[in-house]
Design a protein around this ligand. Structure first.
Ligand SMILES: CC(C)(COP(=O)(O)OP(=O)(O)OC[C@H]1O[C@@H](n2cnc3c(N)ncnc32)[C@H](O)[C@@H]1OP(=O)(O)O)[C@@H](O)C(=O)NCCC(=O)NCCS
Length: 150
């Protein structure tokens, strides 16, 4: 298994894996987003290959007014049939290297309380739980731009 930067050709596999996470999404939508995100200097999308894509990670470098810059893992999924083989660990190591090279001092990730498998995973990788949050949502009437599972 190896980890590399995603390309536009990975859109279909990324979409399929996103569906398994509870975010059903068309390949065309992923392709559109990839086009923008792959051009963004503050985002990184990694894929793990075997040689087919078996996992992906989206990391971002953002700056908060109060707390400054940090890297956040905003998406990560490994194929359900390929879990427990080090794929998630390799993807996270990849984003950590990217963040360290950019001079960032930490990586954060918000993990849904229902994603029980991710909690021991992050702890095994050295991440410490620092707080628990509620997430609120209010539709604005425009056509939906994002889908977030309940
Ligand atoms: C969480 C997830 C990415 C882990 O990927 P993975 O490829 O199975 O993880 P790895 O095989 O790299 O595991 C790395 C370490 O975490 C541990 N780990 C992984 N899943 C675990 C689990 N469910 N329970 C206990 N430990 C676990 C492994 O034992 C391993 O430790 P080791 O290297 O010391 O043996 C994967 O389960 C997944 O895609 N889950 C659904 C989506 C999700 O929750 N994403 C995170 C959103 S924030």
């Amino acid at each position: 298994m190896s980890v590399r930067r995603a390309t536009i050709e990975d859109a279909a596999r990324i979409a399929a894996l996103s569906g398994t996470l509870g975010y059903p999404v068309e390949t065309t939508a992923i392709r559109d987003r990839l086009e923008r995100l792959l051009a963004s200097p503050t985002d990184i999308i990694l894929v793990a290959t075997m040689p087919e894509v078996v996992g992906w990670l989206h990391g971002t470098d953002h700056e908060f007014l109060e707390t400054g810059r940090c890297c956040e893992i905003v998406g990560l999924v490994v194929d359900g049939a390929r879990r427990g083989q080090g794929t998630g660990r390799h993807l996270v190591a990849g984003v950590e290297s990217w963040a360290a090279e950019r001079g960032l001092d930490r990586v954060i990730v918000r993990s849904n309380i229902v994603r029980a498998e991710s909690h021991p995973f992050y702890e095994r990788l050295g991440y410490k739980r620092i707080k628990t949050q509620h997430v609120y949502r209010k539709p604005l009437g425009n056509a939906p731009q994002c889908s977030d599972s309940e």
